[in-house]
Design a protein around this ligand. Structure first.
Ligand code: ADP
Ligand code: ZN
Ligand code: ZN
Length: 751
């Protein structure tokens, strides 16, 4: 038996995490030592005993074997917060595929030398009454940004400068002009500060409804009884979910524990944050992408030191190094942004469960349209299910009309607006009410469909749509199946067979042709490039600076617009036809959210769904706003074809600078996986595994790197992990360091 060596990292707060030292593993530890464990090692010339963490184990000695020191012992339980973070990194590495260093970098904030940051604070110089009178004036003058700032200054004597120019969307010029006129004063301080700091203005706590109370009681009873669990709270927008989160956070923090609240970045609007600040004041902090590395590190230190006990943020806030977490809330748990796009491709939902296990915390997932994963687990009893069925803010569900676009074409309407939508738009413009036009382009990837009969070209093997490629071929991105692009529809013979290519800009133009007086705002990837433009467009629309807001999926999240009484969905099935097993789920979620935008206020709402597939269950159920009916049909499809959550799936992506070498590597790895599962003496051990591909990835080449992919499906996640381990080992034996492999478990998109 050869020697075993361990790479040990002794200072995990070091900026360069890759600095490791190699030690020999003594025989007595060979069986027990695993990556991620905390060990005691002799360090430096004096052999001072210090603690370190095992990053990798291997049989290659990288230094002079005669001078190599030995690990002394395993430190039981690791040490405090850091031990938990390392254990978490180990879990991520194992379950998602990555090196230990990559996993560590995911969970630990990079230590950046935090310079004394200059922090500016805005302080009001006038009394409350004077501010209120100025506020009235700027309202009359429609000075929207100024109005927002003054509104905040009514209750707050000081506001953080970054917050005002950031989330509040007030330009620095506006701030300066208010300083000039003596309304405010800008104060600079040098300090480590909470990026958002506010005096808590006791927000009035709502008396919880009976249904809300029941949830709070049950979660707390489990927690106090030492049996924290995972809960799914299914409730439409406005049903009081956030109020439940806040009450639970209050209770949990009173018990000396900390809480993490995950909210998708796009929904982290200042209204949402304000609600939390008002309730929890200085003990809450926010983590988001606009913070600098230094500020992020600073936040982590504050969390470690117990200066804050609630953090709100997107996916990465999950790695806040709190000493003793009691509750993790994941709002809008169905959101795709909870899955990391970079290796390790972890999912925040699954990872939250592991964090909770390490700390003994409860996990509360909330959504109006739960992911199939979460609802499936609630059904199987793995999660406990709560439902809130009533909207507390009033307003009724909108009336929905589904328009068959094939019929429109047949009756001579070639416009992108159906006659029903034209009629209702006209009506709203006359009444001075607002409308939203939603272009569903999510995941759009050049599928082909017939405009006469709605037929979509699909793969005969995978039941997903084929994608159009430049070379005139239609390809399946799962299995590589291909066929030439047809000139006529194979079902009805029509010439109108093509992809759908309208963008938000064309829609805006067409709308203006039809209604020359219309005032529009557009929200898409182009108009929201600059920081804060997203919030600025939303507030301009809130302030009635436009009649119609046109946009992509961004507009269906967050924000309430009480004056919107009409929502038009221009091509509901665009997202239905992407070559992806989650297409139905995503379409249902988007349509449900879009339709739900209409009629939030006192006025009743209407929605028009334009589609080529009016009978598709995702469209029908969204029009009815009936989640459970949708779930029942969707889960049948997943069961039948063995897709998550019923089964599990691992995408193995191969990257190479040379096409042939990449293809050969993908062949070799998939063959090796097949051998392990079905061949050899132990053949049949993995009889329930299915291997599909390899094929060229949907985008076959990016930056001159060729990409290949194959899929491994199996009902047991653990077996996929086994196969991943084997492929990782095989990659280490690869001669060329230029090719690489990435793993994606239960992928969100076709790769
Ligand atoms: P969700 O998070 O499900 O969208 P919220 O918690 O934001 O719902 O509640 C929607 C609105 O209803 C908010 O304005 C909130 O203040 C109010 N609300 C919540 N719970 C209650 C309650 N028990 N009584 C009265 N109003 C409530
Ligand atoms: Zn046709
Ligand atoms: Zn296929």
């Amino acid at each position: 038996m050869g020697e075993l060596y361990a790479d040990v990292i002794v200072d995990i707060s070091h900026e360069k995490l890759d600095k490791t030292f190699q030690y020999r593993v003594p025989d007595k530890l060979r069986q027990t030592l695993e990556t991620g464990m905390c060990v005691e090692v002799p360090f430096g010339s004096g052999n001072k005993p210090i603690h370190g963490y095992v990053m990798e184990l291997g049989d290659v000695c990288k230094f002079d074997p005669a001078r190599m020191k030995c690990i002394r012992e395993i430190v039981p339980g690791g040490v405090g917060v850091e031990g938990k973070m390392i254990a978490l990194a180990g879990w991520i590495r194992k379950n998602y595929g990555a090196t230990m260093i990559q996993a560590l970098k995911t969970v630990l904030p990079a230590k950046k030398s935090v310079k004394k940051l200059e922090h500016k604070t805005i302080r009001r110089r006038l009394g409350r009454e004077e501010v209120i009178s100025l506020l009235g004036e700027s309202k009359r003058k429609r000075q929207v940004a100024k109005e927002r700032l003054l509104q905040e200054l009514v209750d707050q004597e000081t506001l953080p400068y970054e917050w005002v120019t950031g989330k509040l969307g007030v330009s620095s010029q506006t701030v300066k002009s208010l300083e000039k006129t003596g309304v405010i004063q800008i104060i600079s301080t040098q300090s480590f500060r909470n990026p958002v700091r506010m005096e808590s203005v006791e927000e009035k706590r709502q008396e919880l409804s009976e249904a809300q109370q029941r949830i709070v009681r049950e979660v707390l009873a489990d927690f106090d009884g030492g049996k924290p669990a995972t809960y799914l709270l299914h409730g439409i927008t406005g049903s009081g979910k956030t109020e439940v989160y806040m009450r639970l956070i209050e209770e949990i923090t009173q018990r000396g524990r900390q809480a993490i609240v995950l909210i998708p970045e796009i929904a982290l609007t200042y209204q949402t944050l304000l609600r939390f600040y008002r309730r929890f004041g200085d003990s809450v902090s926010v983590l988001n992408s606009t913070l600098s590395q230094g500020e992020k590190y600073d936040q982590c230190q504050r969390a470690k030191n117990g200066e804050i006990n609630v953090i709100i943020g997107p996916r990465s806030a999950l790695f806040t190094p709190f000493p003793n977490i009691g509750l993790i809330v994941i709002d809008e748990e169905h959101e795709g942004s909870y899955k990391s796009e970079a290796t390790p491709k972890y999912h925040a939902r699954e990872t939250a469960l592991e964090v909770a296990r390490l700390h003994g915390a409860s996990v509360l997932l909330g959504s109006a349209t739960p992911s199939l994963e979460a609802f499936y687990r609630a059904r199987t009893g793995e999660y406990k299910l709560f439902q809130l069925k009533e909207r507390l803010t009033g307003g009724s569900l909108p009336t929905v009309y589904t328009v068959d676009l094939r019929q429109e074409l047949k009756e001579g309407n070639r416009s992108i607006f159906s006659r029903k939508l034209q009629e209702l738009l006209d009506d709203r413009l006359k009444k001075g009410e607002q409308s939203i036009l939603f272009l569903n382009r999510r995941g759009y990837s050049g599928f082909m469909s017939c405009r006469s009969c709605g037929h979509v070209m699909k793969c005969p093997h995978c039941d997903v749509s084929l994608s159009e490629h430049k070379n005139g071929m239609l390809l399946c991105h799962y299995c590589g199946y291909g066929e030439p692009r047809p000139k006529l529809c194979p079902v009805c013979g029509s010439r109108y067979i093509s992809g759908f290519r309208a963008g938000t800009q064309q829609i805006e133009e067409k709308l203006k042709e039809m209604f020359p007086q219309v005032r529009t705002l557009r929200m898409d990837a182009d108009t929201t490039k600059s920081k804060d433009s997203y919030e600025q467009i939303l507030s301009a629309f809130s302030n009635r600076e436009a009649d119609v807001l046109i946009g992509t999926q961004m507009i269906v999240k967050g924000h309430d617009f009480p004056r919107v009484t009409l929502v038009g969905v221009l091509a509901a099935d665009l997202s239905l036809s992407v070559g992806d097993y989650r297409a139905g789920e995503r379409t249902f979620q988007l349509l449900t959210q879009a339709v739900g935008r209409a009629g939030r206020g006192n006025l009743p709402g209407e929605a028009v769904i334009q589609t080529y597939q009016p009978d598709h269950y995702a469209v029908v159920r969204a029009a009815d706003q009936d989640y459970e009916a949708f779930y029942k049909e969707e889960i049948l499809y997943r069961e039948m074809l063995g897709y998550p959550p019923v089964s599990h799936m691992m995408a193995v992506q191969v990257f190479s600078k040379e096409e042939e070498r990449g293809a050969a590597l993908a062949d070799r790895l998939s063959a090796s996986a097949r051998r392990t599962c079905f061949g050899g003496e132990e053949g049949g051990r993995f009889f329930d595994v299915q291997i599909i591909g390899p094929a060229s990835a949907s985008i076959g080449r990016i930056n001159d790197i060729f990409r290949f992919v194959f899929y491994v499906k199996c009902p047991e996640y653990g077996k996929l992990v086994n196969i991943k381990d084997l492929l990782e080992e095989e990659m280490q034996r690869q001669p060329s360091g230029e090719d690489s492999v990435q793993f994606d478990f239960d992928p969100m998109n076709t790769l």
